[in-house]
Design a protein around this ligand. Structure first.
Ligand SMILES: [Zn+2]
Ligand SMILES: [Zn+2]
Length: 191
């Protein structure tokens, strides 16, 4: 869904949309969008061709667990607060003061995530939804806090099965100690 900013019927227009997962165009390796992404908010015309998009975005993603590689549902519910500014204005550092954050005379931060420079006066809501989903991703996705992960020896998912590998695991420090003891008494390795 694309909002044409030049034809806004009023200074403040409600924006409610359900975006089909495919519209977000996310590589399946990153995550899967499981259901239409819902946005409920408004766009407001500001001064100097600046437009504010604000609202709430909700989505259900499917992520791959960093420990066990199983997919798990990941709900996203995030407040969106973006200012769309003409690219030329943004480049010139002429973004209205309210957007600059600090008023101690410093240049506007280039990476202010709430400012979106635009070349064409339109808002691609699917693009916004895509970025918001990426921003909501956890650093390390886990299917659950105490995910046991995969056994490094046999690869079994230790959340759903047990293997006997753990019994054979030996603390490498203990192994070093054993060989020391072995050397000390000169006998063959004991098992
Ligand atoms: Zn897991
Ligand atoms: Zn195992």
């Amino acid at each position: 869904m694309v909002i044409d900013l030049t034809t806004l019927p009023a200074d403040r227009v409600p924006v409610v949309a359900d975006l089909p997962p495919a519209a977000l165009d996310v590589p399946a390796d990153d995550f899967v969008v499981e259901a239409p992404v819902h946005f409920d908010g408004e766009v407001e015309r500001g001064s100097a061709e600046t437009y504010h998009l604000r609202g709430r975005l909700t989505a259900t993603l499917s992520l791959s667990c960093a420990r066990c590689a199983e997919s798990f549902p990941f709900p996203v519910a995030t407040d969106v607060e973006l200012r769309f500014v003409p690219a030329a204005v943004e480049r010139a550092g002429l973004v209205p003061a309210a957007a600059a954050g600090d008023d101690d005379g410093r240049e506007m931060e280039d990476d202010d995530p709430s400012i979106v420079p635009y070349d064409e006066p339109r808002i691609d809501l699917a693009q916004v939804a895509r970025e918001q989903c990426y921003l909501a991703l956890p650093m390390k996705p886990l299917c659950r806090e105490d995910c046991q992960g995969l056994c490094p020896h046999c690869g079994v998912n230790r959340n759903v099965a047990t293997c006997t590998c753990e019994n054979r695991w030996e603390d490498p420090r203990l192994a070093g100690l054993k060989s020391l003891l072995k050397d000390a008494d000169g006998s063959a390795p004991r098992e």
